[in-house]
Design a protein around this ligand. Structure first.
Ligand code: UDP
Length: 327
């Protein structure tokens, strides 16, 4: 397939591009490099461009005779979305709608969308199934849910099909050590704890120790980035025009913040200094996926089923790339 991957130089995008290329797909990465990294994808695959430039996009869709789009490009920080909703609605909703409509006009029949467990807000039941009510508690989740709804409406009316993949917490790095997670500034738990273990940060703050969870800290479902990438490949193979599905992608097992810290200490052999801090706004106590649907319908199987093996790949990447991609 000829596949356009927006945001393909980012964390989950680059791991997906690697797998798509390994499977022989013809991949074009479209990325403005605001959060992505040039070195994360083969140079000959990268088109540097911005989704706001509709003409550029249109030209690319036509001249590259694209069959499918995998749409990662988005702003991804919940906290920022609360402070700057305008930027989130513009980038995540308006640009996604522009892209979707260009796909429709160019007769592209397959669209894979990076969605999130943030569409559920605070779930009534955990593990969360796809039929849980969708009630986001921040602008980030609202923008992702709005795009999911547009996709469903498009699929009902036009010959375009979609898969919305609702990621839980992406983690880890490619086991061959070539690509991994690098954000600047970093806000995600696992890389922050690793940086503390490496002595690059004085300590790690635990955001909230009074949650109704076994050890009082938040519980999340950490899923390896390569397993997430595989979900996109399976989705692309399954989508048929005029149909659409949303799938949770998580390992179905939750780990607390304290368990993450312990796993990094065990893997690295270093002690991490911990400070207890107040809760972070917008953090539900527990988010764990019920991923039965993607297993059943797409045959997805997570290769990494425990936190330690995920943290090992992350540690290996950070240890060998202390300055990330160096850009
Ligand atoms: N977290 C924390 N300290 C940090 C960063 C994150 O205690 O410095 C917690 C956060 O409150 C959440 C979990 O770690 O419960 C995972 O947060 P992350 O930002 O990695 O992912 P999110 O769940 O927001 O997608």
């Amino acid at each position: 397939m000829r596949i356009l991957v927006t945001g393909g130089a980012g964390y989950i995008g680059s791991h997906t591009v690697k797998q798509l290329l390994a499977r022989g797909h013809d991949v074009t990465v479209f990325d403005n490099l605001s959060a992505g990294h040039k070195a994360a994808v083969p140079a000959e695959r990268l088109v540097t461009g911005d989704l706001r430039d509709i003409d550029h996009l249109d030209q690319l869709l036509m001249t590259s005779r694209i069959d499918a789009v995998v749409h990662f490009a988005a702003l991804t920080y919940v906290g920022d979305s609360v402070k700057e909703p305008a930027r989130y609605y513009t980038n995540n909703l308006i640009y996604s709608l522009n892209l979707l409509d260009r796909c429709r006009r160019n007769g592209i029949g397959k669209f894979v969308f990076s969605s999130t467990c943030a569409v559920y807000g605070v779930p009534d039941v955990v593990p969360i199934t796809e039929s849980e009510k969708r009630n986001p508690i921040n602008p980030y989740g609202n923008t992702k849910l709005a795009v999911e709804r547009a996709l469903a409406d498009y699929a009902a009316a036009y010959p375009i099909g979609f898969c919305a993949l609702r990621y839980f917490n992406a983690a880890g790095a490619s086991p061959d050590g070539t690509i991994g997670e690098y954000h600047d500034p970093e806000s995600h738990l696992i890389p922050l704890v690793i940086q503390a273990a490496m002595g690059k940060r004085p300590h790690i703050e635990i955001f909230g120790t009074d949650y109704p969870t076994p050890d009082g800290t938040c519980v999340r479902d950490y899923v390896h980035v390569d397993d997430l990438a595989t979900a996109h490949i399976l989705a692309l193979e399954k989508i048929t025009p005029g149909t659409g599905q949303a799938y949770n992608v998580g390992i179905g097992r939750g780990y607390s913040v304290r368990e993450v810290i312990r796993a990094v200490e065990e893997v690295s052999g270093k002690k991490v200094t911990v400070k207890e801090a107040p809760r972070r706004t917008g953090d539900p106590a527990e988010l764990v996926a019920n991923a039965d649907k993607i297993r059943r319908e797409l045959g997805w199987v997570a290769k990494y089923t425990d936190l330690r093996s995920i943290v090992e790949t992350a540690w290996n990447w950070h240890r060998t790339h202390p300055n990330g991609y160096g850009d």
